[in-house]
Design a protein around this ligand. Sequence first.
Ligand SMILES: [Zn+2]
Ligand SMILES: [Zn+2]
Length: 374
Amino acid sequence: MKVQAAVMVQPGQIEIQEFDKPTPEDDALLLRVDKVGICGSDKHMYLGHTALKFPVIPGHEVVGTATDIGKYANQVMSVMGGPIKSGDRVTVVPGSKNCGRCYYCLHVPGRPTLCSGRTIYGFSNSETPPYLTGEFSEYTYIHGNSWVYKIPDEIPEEITVLIEPVAVATRAVERACSPGLPQVGDGYSIGSRVAVLGCGPIGLLVIAVLRDSGAGTIIATDLVDSRLEMATQMGADVVINVGNTSLKERTEQIQALTNGVGVDIAIECAGIPSVFSEALDVVRRGGKVIEVGHYTDSGITEVRPHQICNKDLDVCGVWAYPQIQFQTALDFLQRTQIPLHKLITHHLPLNELEAGIDMLGDEGVYKVVIEPDL
Ligand SMILES: [Zn+2]
Ligand SMILES: [Zn+2]
């Protein structure tokens, strides 16, 4: 049997190619792809912003059905909610298990995404067997070094495709918490006032996670009114259109909402360099700035380092999430009452992947989902 997959031969060029359907090794399994979300990082890859060894089969936000399971796969893989049986609905963490040997694994074990020995589904070269290393494909090959989660039945089918981006959003919010003994006013906690700068899919999911985790006032900013309307539906209390206001006006408006001091936490979700600088402006002294929007390098911006010093700020980056973050995402998606299904706006067949990538960022487009069955 042949398997069709969308291969990015080089940036800007995607071809549907056919591969032999592989038989999994004893430690691996084969996943029939039911749906995959298109991510902003797929668009960056398509536009040539990501240094990778092409060809690559992109796609890393998968919901699929396990079909062929190697004899020892359940023992070898990190399986959550298993054992995985044929016919189970599962998702796979894009990043593999850590290598356990590199500098970061040995010295900074609490930060698994720094491991330099990981492989990542949807970003790996697809020239050698078993080829199917990404998820814009009818089937994908899940090797033994993977983290696989059975998807609980309680999660509505429609929003299962949000598991991976929710992992990003929950990790961004958790980065704002201060580990260790809580100190009043330190880091994110119940009642914290938060500005979310940028309301694309990640910003909107960050708002939803904040709302469900007990945030106080949530302030959302964006250039597009319809996105701000969606931000309100996700739980934002106050929205500010960046196009109608000056930075000074926005900073003043945010101060007026926060006893004249600024937000406890500012989360940059726009991926625009100047917005990072704005986060430094709107956060209060002793607050935290979380930078999650810049998965690719969008250039430079001017910042005033004095603000970081003078405000005694914590500035935290977010590079994906530990593999166990998928459990947090599953727990959130099982319980949330926020209408996340509104974020899934388009469903396309595999051969329309390029069209899907093109429309990303357009008004009214949030999550575009590829379904090979369509
Ligand atoms: Zn993604
Ligand atoms: Zn490592």
